[in-house]
Design a protein around this ligand. Sequence first.
Ligand code: KG4
Ligand code: ZN
Length: 328
Amino acid sequence: MLIFGIETSCDETAAAIIKDGREVIANVVATQIKTHEKFGGVIPEIAAREHLDAINVVIDETFEIAKKNFNITPNDIDAFTSTVGPGLVGCLLVGLNAAKTLSLVYNKPYIGINHLQGHVCANFLETDLKPPFICLLVSGGHTQVIKVEDYDKQEIIASTIDDATGEVYDKVARLMGLPYPGGIKLDKLAQTGNPKAFILPKAKVKENEFSFSGLKTAVLRLVQSFNGKELPVADICASFQENITSTLIDKTKKLADKNNIKTIVLSGGVAANSELRKKLFALQDIGYKTFAPQMKFCTDNAAMVASCAYFNPIKTDDPLILEAFSRS
Ligand code: KG4
Ligand code: ZN
């Protein structure tokens, strides 16, 4: 089954064609980072307009790659899909309407998917991963531990009570004067610093909760304590990264143990983080099976969307009337 997917929930305009939920036929992403860099964050109205400018080009390029490499044409596609939410509504509408239009033009079904479940499905791309597993989903808007009992049977078993992981990364990066998008730059600097340079606090919350606002405030106080003197940026980044990644992995491992599940996977933009991946893969030494999406499938992309349409679509009698939504 060939599914054509579109993703426009935030600042990437993306399209992809995936065979049977796992095999990548074509995968195109146009990022808007350059546009939003000067504002220090994503401006929703500008993002929506940029999606409008990019969407047809991205769709055409995806079909061109499929034709060139696999001789696949639009008429060969079995279904069209897009992210319905959560995300920026003006942005989502662009992808949603493009996918619905393609479905009507080529007379094939439209399938809606949930962005977060899309991130989980990034783990199925070019792997043989099968449920059950525990998924740590860490993105710009979410931090959740999800129990995936079957492809379409998922339960959130822990989540953040304040900031999402990517959000904390971006805010801490900004505190230290790093340019947007800060998460990836903070990660790079952390790799050159001493993770034991500064002891930062860990929130005392329930086993099914994460809380990072105290950590964020502690980094702010630490930065302020230097009183304008030169900051040991790499050491602060490394200490912050050690703190947050150990909290995430320790908690996820405990929840996996509690649920008697020995496979742990990562997903979401922060799944690209070097230390988080290192700590996850280290669990293999003590008997866990671990997966993390390839880097290109961590941040927003349409390959995961098309995979999700195959494995875990939004169930509804009439997908064509699905409307974009902002929050899960
Ligand atoms: O999943 P995603 O592309 O968008 C949302 O659905 O939110 O995640 C974007 C988030 C941003 O906060 C970005 O700073 C963060 O992922 N991110 C990282 C890294 N790469 C991206 N955070 C830490 N380390 C990274 N290497
Ligand atoms: Zn995302």
